[in-house]
Design a protein around this ligand. Structure first.
Ligand code: AMP
Ligand code: MN
Ligand code: MN
Ligand code: MN
Length: 294
């Protein structure tokens, strides 16, 4: 891949985490690409859940719109009994090891969705599987978000957040325990595809300091190199905390909105704060300039 050159790579508007309807975003990949450009993004990664099917068209449109395109993916992982998301950036999305790993990770979604619908039917919500399917852009990737959209549209809940709270999180009637990929496998697939593995939105996990350290240690041992410091789901305090942790662990820092669509995300593409100065941007791996030191 050619390296991008910027006068000051620290300062570019990089948005390295978002979704299209190839996973649980609401817009087509080419629409997200154009929207990123329209909102001032300069370097952009599409990171659909467990899927690389949108990357070819996203790359085409992004490059036409003048963006530096970074092929990405967000892999679902089960670690310590929790779901953790690992973003892979700058991946070769034709790599067979990655493609096979992602296909196996996606594989359980169909049965899980049917089980979710069955559970929901027990609390009086009929037809949720068929309803959720109407929101699915890619039949191989039915997610809780699609159920949430259906339950909002059918008037069961007021918004997507409420559906998650009442029905789709642990202990709630529509929640189905699921085993995703292993942390070490997700990192291996990403590295096999030449990419950099990044822990997505570390502020979202329910982990105490000890568990978070254990996650970071294990991730690093597996070959993980970066964490998201700036995320659409991080508070200002969390950004400060993860900036410090990135330094302590010698991780590169990433920045991404985690945009899913205009009506659902509180954060627009490219509209999150800048990566703090003391963190080395993950994109210094492929964007060079006089400030890039790696
Ligand atoms: P799944 O991969 O099917 O478990 O769905 C996970 C997706 O659900 C995440 O990527 C988010 O987009 C969405 N999600 C998870 N928790 C919430 C929440 N509390 N409110 C809104 N969306 C959520
Ligand atoms: Mn999502
Ligand atoms: Mn995520
Ligand atoms: Mn995401």
């Amino acid at each position: 891949m050619t390296r991008a050159r910027y006068d000051d790579p620290w300062r570019i508007n990089a948005d390295l985490h978002c979704h299209s309807h190839i996973s649980d975003g609401t817009l087509a990949p080419e629409v997200v690409a154009q929207r990123a450009a329209d909102h001032g993004v300069q370097m952009w990664a599409l990171t659909d859940h467990d899927e690389v099917g949108g990357l070819a068209v996203a790359k085409l449109v992004a490059e036409q719109a003048g963006l530096y395109f970074v092929p990405g993916v967000e892999v679902s992982v089960t670690w310590g009994g929790q779901t953790i998301h690992i973003v892979g950036l700058n991946i070769n999305f034709e790599d067979p090891v990655l493609i096979d790993g992602l296909a196996r990770t996606r594989g359980g979604r169909e049965a899980r969705a049917r089980d979710m619908a069955e559970q929901l039917a027990r609390v009086g919500i009929e037809g949720a599987y068929e309803g959720a399917l109407r929101f699915v852009g890619n039949p191989a990737l039915i997610s809780r978000t699609h159920f949430a959209r259906h339950l909002v549209e059918s008037g069961v809940c007021e918004d997507v957040g409420q559906v998650f709270m009442r029905y789709l999180t642990e202990g709630k009637p529509g929640y189905i325990e699921h085993r995703w990929a292993r942390l070490s496998d997700a990192v291996l697939w990403i590295r096999s595809a030449g990419g950099v593995a990044v822990i997505a939105h570390p502020g979202r996990y329910k982990l105490n300091d000890l568990a978070l350290n254990a996650l970071f240690d294990e991730f690093r041992e597996a070959g993980g190199e970066a964490i998201e410091v700036v995320s659409g789901s991080h508070t200002k305090d969390q950004i400060g905390r993860f900036a410090q942790l990135a330094r302590d662990y010698n991780f590169l820092g990433s920045r991404g909105s985690d945009f899913h669509g205009p009506n659902e995300s509180h954060v627009e593409l490219g509209q999150v704060v800048a990566l703090p100065d003391r963190v080395v941007p993950v994109w210094s791996r492929w964007a060079e300039g006089h400030d890039a030191t790696l």
